[in-house]
Design a protein around this ligand. Structure first.
Ligand SMILES: [Zn+2]
Ligand SMILES: [Zn+2]
Length: 345
């Protein structure tokens, strides 16, 4: 099968002919229908992700059709499925308590084992998978592996965002745009922050209530003005110090900060305004992924028409463009995300 393989950090991925993956006993092999190109793939590509080494096939935000099912799988050939990027064991205390995204036995296609920058991907622990609703295109559904689910869990599973509250979103990439759309669907007011005016205009055209260009600094102060006292919930969607501090400092007393952006490599340790946390009686949440049992809540919101996630998708690309999309994360990116939908060119 064709796969885009990381051979050298910061160099274009190499399109190679590699063996089709073997089917896990407790899983399936999916023919990949769509796979998003995510910022965490970029972390691996530049060599800052602790787990991604040369030889890796990336791609963790995918959906596909079952072409092979193991003896202990509950799926059938032809089933169209979406997978969370964290595949949990289902047996351990974390899984049993409903926190599958913290499972210590988790499997991670795209980071350790081969991912979905390929025609086929093997998926173990397939009880994590959810059926793709008929009305949802694979392209839009690809985001349900990482960015949309992560945002959903950040807002509802962690920060418990309420209708009528102000939500600030720092960084309007895939995660940030998802958080904005979902925040609006939950009845919150949303202010978005970015340094790219085009992305702010895009977010405003999709329903954001206010936008702050952080190019000239002072984002936190501007948000406190717009929200008349500070946001109730603030999501940091980049994983760097400047936006993390702006997120903490834009909150009103008792506000909730959610760290969604991935601090890794040179941003793993950052200087944080802990005085603001103390003075404001703030809560800081970390979040990564979403427990798979929460799929119905999100899919229900989408299939009922309450929220349309299609504006998230900016372009469909062939597999051979994947490396170029990763390189684009080196600088400020245009609005929306790229999804691989053509695996033959
Ligand atoms: Zn991701
Ligand atoms: Zn587990």
């Amino acid at each position: 099968m064709r796969a885009a393989v990381l051979r050298e950090y910061n160099k274009d991925l190499v399109i190679e002919d590699v063996p089709t993956p073997e089917c896990p006993e407790d899983g399936v092999v999916l023919k990949v229908l769509a796979c998003g190109v995510c910022r965490s793939d970029w972390h691996g590509w530049i060599g800052e992700h602790p787990r991604v080494k040369p030889g890796q096939i990336g791609g963790h935000e995918y959906c596909g059709e079952v072409v092979e099912a193991g003896p202990r799988s509950s799926w059938k050939l032809g089933d169209k499925l979406v997978a969370p990027f964290i595949l949990a064991c289902g047996m351990c205390p974390s899984c049993q308590s409903g926190n599958q995204n913290t499972c210590p036995n988790q499997r991670l296609p795209g980071f350790i084992e081969p991912g979905a920058f390929a025609e086929y991907v093997a998926v173990p622990f397939d009880h994590n998978l959810a059926r793709l609703p008929e009305m949802l295109s694979p392209t839009v559904a690809a985001g349900l592996g990482c960015r949309v689910t992560t945002s959903w869990h950040a807002l509802t599973g962690r920060a418990a965002l309420q209708a009528g509250e102000w939500l600030a979103v720092h960084g309007t990439g895939g995660i940030g745009l998802s958080a904005m759309l979902l925040g609006k669907a939950l009845g919150a007011y949303v202010v978005v922050v970015d340094v790219v005016q085009e992305k702010l205009d895009h977010a405003l055209s999709l329903g954001a209530d206010a936008a702050v260009n952080a190019q000239d600094g002072g984002a936190a102060e501007k948000i406190r003005e717009i929200t008349k006292g500070g946001a109730h919930v603030s999501v940091e969607a980049l994983g760097i110090a400047a936006t993390t501090n702006a997120s903490i400092e834009c909150l009103r007393p008792l506000g909730r900060h959610v760290q969604v952006g991935m601090p890794v490599g040179h941003t793993a340790h950052m200087e944080i305004n802990m005085s603001a946390v103390y003075q404001g009686n703030l809560a800081l949440y970390g979040t990564r992924g979403m427990p798979s049992w929460r799929y119905p809540s999100l899919l229900g919101l989408i299939t009922s028409g309450t929220v349309d996630m299609s504006p998230l998708i900016a372009r469909e690309i062939p597999l051979s463009r994947t490396g170029a999309e990763l390189a684009a994360f080196n600088g400020p990116t245009p609005p929306g995300v790229a999804v691989i939908t053509d695996f033959t060119s």
